[in-house]
Design a protein around this ligand. Sequence first.
Ligand SMILES: *[C@@H]1O[C@H](CO)[C@@H](O)[C@H](O)[C@H]1NC(C)=O
Ligand SMILES: *[C@@H]1O[C@H](CO)[C@@H](O)[C@H](O)[C@H]1NC(C)=O
Ligand SMILES: *[C@@H]1O[C@H](CO)[C@@H](O)[C@H](O)[C@H]1NC(C)=O
Length: 348
Amino acid sequence: MKRLILLLLFCHLAFAGKIVKHSLTFFLTASSGVKNIPDYVVVVLVDEVLVGQCDSVRKIPETRQDWAQKMIDDYPQHLQMYIQNCLSSQHENKAHINMLKKQLNKTGDVHIFQRMTGCEWDNETGEINGFVQFSYDGEDFLVFDLKTLTWIAPKPQAVITKHQWDRDRPENEWWKYFLTHRCPELVKIYLDYGKSFLMRTELPLVSLLQKTPSSPVSCFATGFYPDRAEMLWRKDGEELHENVELGEILPNHDGSFQMSVDLNLSSVTPEEWRRYECVFQISGVKDDIITKLDKDVIKTNCVSPSEFPASPVIGGVVGLLLLAVCITGVFIWRTRNNGFRPANSSDS
Ligand SMILES: *[C@@H]1O[C@H](CO)[C@@H](O)[C@H](O)[C@H]1NC(C)=O
Ligand SMILES: *[C@@H]1O[C@H](CO)[C@@H](O)[C@H](O)[C@H]1NC(C)=O
Ligand SMILES: *[C@@H]1O[C@H](CO)[C@@H](O)[C@H](O)[C@H]1NC(C)=O
């Protein structure tokens, strides 16, 4: 369980927001004192799809999509940059962890340092949003403000570092260049190669699940893409808000997504059941997937344990999925002092 919590912590930044625009995200996790987990892991996500990764154990970046591999093949300088950044990051991250441990008066052996950087590009308005943020042991530590080229410190303990980093004008200018020019360029190139994969629509399989006759009925959709989807329960055609619990959208290991919405039926009589239905909607598809509440189609734990994602099972699966997404990673960037530089324009 402790391990699962750690894994979830690993990913808290990556899944913090639903990304509606096209995006490229580099997500670094460096840890100390965690057994059986690489010291650092970087994953590269395009529209939240894992395209590449590298970690301290394997060191050589790997791509996770054929089209990303093709892109790398066509832009060899890109691969060189990945390799260089992957190798150089190892010691710098350890130094970061130790420095922050001192500065933040942290005790204990287990520490996690994360950085999320990247950009979002709105294909219609052309608007570009860049972001760099650091967190330590799961708490936000410093966030880059692209307008003022300074760092925002959500916690007083980060103020010393904020002032140090604010003074490093060339570095902050470099971040601005990377976030507003280089990163959007890369998003467009990745999108061009991954178009047919990233812009596909896949509809889910929707099932009704119930643990015991008195538990809420869970409407479970799995296998959809993209992650721009909504689920709700309706009664007599009206959306319900009470007694409804909407789950988060979670990644499946095949790149598709799953989510569920629970309905507590404890005060509903069996005759009323037919007035309820579960609705799944996905962006770009006009027709909703509607599942009528019907005792006969509900799968229960007793009948088919292998199909039923009871909560411990969900926990385990989610843990493994997050592990798959988060533990392995293309190491595209170095620690802050070097940033993420295209190999051909590196001046250091
Ligand atoms: C941009 O948006 C248009 C219209 O919404 C769409 O047809 C096109 O495929 C999009 N291109 C990219 C690269 O997102
Ligand atoms: C860390 O602890 C020392 C001694 O206990 C204290 O003087 C210092 O202000 C603390 N620093 C922070 C950032 O809390
Ligand atoms: C369902 O609702 C009933 C009463 O409205 C409540 O007592 C019960 O705890 C709820 N069950 C769950 C799992 O939330």
